[in-house]
Design a protein around this ligand. Structure first.
Ligand SMILES: [Zn+2]
Length: 242
């Protein structure tokens, strides 16, 4: 039993250090992730706007060609109108001219629509691109910061994870599970020492009978207030004995 408690204490020590490393990195990993997501969303929006502009521009150049042909026809029909030799020819040419003029209107209306849409899109793109470059700068900065912190602590973290991997198999699986449950519910602290007859996790007084049991180190006892696994430190014994 004593060995189990020692192993649990060792595991808690390692996990506390890992927790401290995580705290040191703070919410940087989350910030970097969310900036990355924001960046790619904005980039997609910009790409889609740009592709809309291209589509409109190609439609517009198609309309320009159409209008050039239409103008040619119109000139031709206007010429024919002067040279018309019969009423029938005159009327037929007139209706051709009318059709060409309608076409001109249709094409010009659509061109105006396109110009407006392109203008709107391009105006919208400016602030989006400014925002994108600001986001990119911020992202780079945060990412560098994170990389630096990861680098500084990565060797220590790897060592701790190795230690952890060596300790865990030494403890019964059900006790490890219990430990993990308490740790995730209690801000990373599952195993707490007795400090001046109090639980070192919640600082509530521990009944003397339990203290005696803990000193014998022959049972796993949890705090009746916070549920943490308690243990009696040798140094505490020295304090108690004066
Ligand atoms: Zn407690």
């Amino acid at each position: 039993m004593q060995k189990i408690i020692e192993n649990l204490v060792a595991l808690q020590t390692v996990d506390t250090k890992l927790y401290e490393i995580e705290m040191l990195r703070g919410d940087l990993p989350k910030q970097v992730e969310s900036l990355k997501a924001e960046l790619s969303e904005l980039q997609e929006e910009i790409d889609s706007d740009k592709s809309s502009v291209k589509t409109f521009q190609s439609e517009r150049s198609g309309l320009e060609n159409e209008q050039a042909l239409n103008s040619e026809k119109l000139t031709k029909y206007q010429d024919q109108l002067y040279k018309a030799t019969s009423n029938r020819e005159y009327e037929a040419t007139s209706s051709q001219i009318e059709f060409c003029e309608q076409e001109t209107n249709r094409i010009k209306t659509r061109m105006t629509e396109i110009d407006l849409k392109v203008m709107e899109l391009e105006e919208g793109l400016k602030p989006k691109e400014e925002k994108l470059s600001a986001l990119q700068a911020n992202f780079k900065e945060r990412e560098n910061e994170l990389n630096q912190k990861v680098e500084e602590t990565s060797k220590e973290e790897a060592d701790l994870k190795n230690k952890r991997a060596a300790i865990v198999p030494l403890i019964r699986k059900d006790i490890v599970n219990k430990y993990e449950r308490i740790r995730s519910a209690k801000n990373g602290l599952a195993v707490a020492p007795i400090i001046r007859d109090c639980c070192g996790g919640c600082f509530n007084q521990v009944p003397p009978q339990i203290i005696i049991e803990l000193r014998k180190r022959d049972a796993i006892r949890t705090c009746e207030f916070c549920g943490r696994i308690m243990y009696y430190e040798k140094t505490e014994e020295a304090v108690a004995q004066g």
